[in-house]
Structures are given as structure tokens and as C-alpha cells.
Design a protein around this ligand. Sequence first.
Ligand code: NI
Length: 182
Amino acid sequence: MLLPIYLYGSPVLRKKVEDISPDYPDFKQFMVDMWETMYHADGIGLAAPQIGKSVRVFVIDAEVLAEDYPEAKGFKKAFINAQIVEEEGDEWAYNEGCLSVPKINENVYRPYRVHLKYVDEDFIPHDEWFEGIRARVVQHEYDHLEGKMFVDKLPPIRRQLLKSKLTKISKGEVPTSYRTRS
Ligand code: NI
């Protein structure tokens, strides 16, 4: 089922999330909905708070970036109960966007590598490093679980310039090809 995506300004995007267990009600359907909603909106990633659920889940399919970033090839994964262990490497800029912040793309600086512990859709544990664009998408989605969004990371002057745009987004006045909720 396609779910509406909560927009910048929605309190649910700022809420702390909780771990999810295999007996979460309709877990399988929940994951199907996450994937379906992400693909329908042409997203590269989607975190549970974006569909109004305060649980530690995000999904990623970065295949569309493979032309520019070879390491994105085949990067399709569900991350459940993910915890960042550490980040390292030089910070680099990447022009990020977000389904909850439509029509805004801004350069954001993040470390090159991230070390993550998580379980997959079958609740099998993983302990993995991600680099480059893989790390980037993980870091962006992970931030959603912490109630953070990429625009928070912009220099104050840049944020100030975007203020009226962000207000419009929060009022649902920016058109999108997918269903939203503010
Ligand atoms: Ni996002």
C-alpha cells in the first residue's frame, strides 16, 4: 500500500524512534509498504518516520546512482535497528535531496565511511562498513531515525535563504508527484 510521505515541519520527523521486533504488527506488510512508497516517489531511500512510524527502519535502493557512482551498483538493502558504530574519513560534499523536503537540493558534508550494526528483513545481524555514495545514503537515512534532516546541516546563512521555501513545504504548498502529509 502506498503511504503518504510526511513533509518537513511534521513533528513525527523529529521524534525519537524505537527498535522494532519481529512481532511488530504486520511487519512483512510494513516492509512492503516502505519499498512500494519509496519506489513510487522515485526515492533512493526512505526512513520509517517519513511515513509517520517512529521505528528504527530504513530502506535503500541506490541503483539509479550507479552511472555516476559505481559503488552504488546493486546497493539495495533494508536496515532494521541500525546503530552507527563509528564514522571516519574526510568529509566530502554531496548534493542531497529528501522526499520530505521536495525541490530542495543542497551540498552536505559528511564523513566518507560509516560503520553500522543492523539486522535485515529476516532479523539476521550484520556488522558492516559502507563507503562513498553507499555511506552517504546510509548517513542521510540514519539521520531521520535521530530526528535530523539534511537541511539542519547547512550553514546558517544557507538555511536562512531557504527559510521561505521550507515554510512553503511545511504547509504542503510545494507540488509533488507523490502523496504527502504535513
Ligand atoms: Ni530524507
